[in-house]
Ligand binder design. Structure first.
Ligand code: GLU
Length: 429
């Protein structure tokens, strides 16, 4: 289920623009320069603390032996254990995992939770693998990382194509090796295995909270707000549902196989039901089918790119007709596109703030596991709202004070917090 960033066959010259590590570096450099960080600190903050590659032999259903490659990158552990998801996808690269790990460091710092940043990935195509094969890959990957992950070291979570079941397998494998049940080794677990209430919807709910803050800032009425959501999975699907519930009009939903459009608003629950029954959002009776690339350019108040990296780039950013962009995905906008959106005066809520609701409730889950005491959903959502609203305010105020756009402000705030932690800890020699 992969949304391509451009129409097939477009411009190989954009490869550099699409390299996530270069994109992360461009944002890092911009913020480091604005902060006046010295060379030494730049080097320390930029370099991942640890990168592990594992080759995992797995017996497939038909008896063949296959070897899969997996990564885990701990970008920083300066502010606490590394934290970040594990993705399964055929196009996973070390550069991508590195970039995503660094984004987790900045994200955790923006919302001020006591974690560093990490990310993992396995190169595999989950759409052609059975549940048994996925379980074997997950367990062997976990076993290979026994000395890397742990509640005090590095705490994985779901990401693209991994879910509660994947986390349950990781928790079980880790616990079998440790000879006792260690629920806090991963977050995003099923509720009855130490998961947190509200975790599944947390990223989408976080998107809702920051979008409501942006609407408030511009004196816009949610009932008059047209929203286009790209991606109808764990982030986009939940964000669409919650924004619809909050009175906004979801005029278009875009997926990898097409888009649907209704200028009067789509009933998100009905669309979800339609997809469950037919396997696709297209062909939905209460909306028109639409070209999935064109739908990105529909005039709207809020665009929520919640699918994958690089969907807003130098070739299409100029055509975006939204007032606010709420980045539900990690890295949906390229560094080149940042400038175009800025010139157009679009208010971007950057990924490291907009989608931080997921890792924030992961933090709550980790805390609950370690306390052995579980909170009700109201408490989880209330605490999430408080963190998202405060972080939005921190970023926007910081940007206004230093006259920089929101993404630069979020990075500056984050870099400053991580640099300060390193300074306090000192460099161990
Ligand atoms: N994969 C999610 C992210 O990119 C969640 C990470 C976590 O909860 O640790 O933010």
């Amino acid at each position: 289920m992969i949304l391509e960033a451009t129409k097939p066959g477009v411009d190989p010259a954009m490869e550099k623009e699409f390299n996530p590590w270069l994109a992360a570096e461009a944002r890092f450099n911009e913020a480091a320069t604005l902060l006046g960080l010295n060379d030494g600190f730049r080097k320390v903050l930029k370099s991942p603390a640890m990168e592990v590659t594992v080759h995992i032999p797995v017996e497939l259903e038909d008896g063949r032996l296959e070897v899969f490659t997996g990564y885990r990158v701990q970008h920083s552990i300066a502010r606490g254990p590394a934290k970040g998801g594990i993705r399964f996808a055929p196009d996973v690269t070390l550069d991508e995992i590195r970039a995503l790990a660094s984004w987790m460091t900045w994200k955790c710092a923006v919302v001020n939770i006591p974690f560093g940043g990490g990310k993992g990935g396995v190169i595999c195509d989950p759409s052609v693998l059975s549940q048994n094969e996925l379980e074997r890959i997950t367990r062997r990957y976990t076993a290979s990382l026994m000395d890397v992950i742990g509640p005090e070291r590095d705490v994985p979570a779901p990401d693209m194509n991994t879910n509660e079941q994947t986390m349950a397998w990781i928790m079980d494998t880790y616990s079998m090796h440790k000879r006792s049940t260690v629920t806090a080794v991963v977050t995003g677990k099923p509720l009855n295995l130490g998961g947190s209430r509200g975790r599944v919807e947390a990223t989408g709910r976080g998107c809702l909270f920051v979008t409501l803050q942006a609407l408030r800032k511009f004196h816009m009425d949610p009932a008059e707000t047209k929203v286009v959501v790209q991606g109808f999975g764990n982030v986009g699907g939940k964000a669409a549902k919650l924004m619809h519930k909050a009175g906004m009009k979801i005029i278009s939903v875009i997926e990898y196989d097409g888009a649907v459009y209704n200028p009067h608003g789509i009933d998100v629950a009905a669309l979800e039901k339609h997809r469950q029954e037919t396997g696709s959002i297209t062909g939905f009776a209460e909306a028109e089918d639409m070209d999935r690339f064109e739908a990105m350019f529909l005039p709207c108040e809020v665009l929520v790119p919640a699918a994958k990296e690089n969907v807003i780039h130098s070739k299409n950013a100029g055509k975006i007709d939204a007032k606010i962009i709420c980045e539900g995905a990690n890295g949906p906008t390229t560094a080149e596109a940042d400038k175009i959106l800025d010139e157009k005066g679009i208010f971007v809520i950057p990924d490291i703030l907009a989608n931080a609701g997921g890792v924030t409730v992961s933090y709550f889950e980790w805390v609950q596991d370690r306390m052995g005491y579980f909170w009700n959903e109201q408490m989880v959502n209330g605490r999430l709202e408080e963190i998202m609203v405060n972080s939005f305010k921190d970023v926007v105020d910081y940007g206004e004070r230093h006259k920089v756009h929101n993404r630069a402000a979020a990075y500056m705030l984050a870099l400053d917090r991580v640099a300060f932690a390193i300074k306090l800890r000192g460099i161990y020699a």
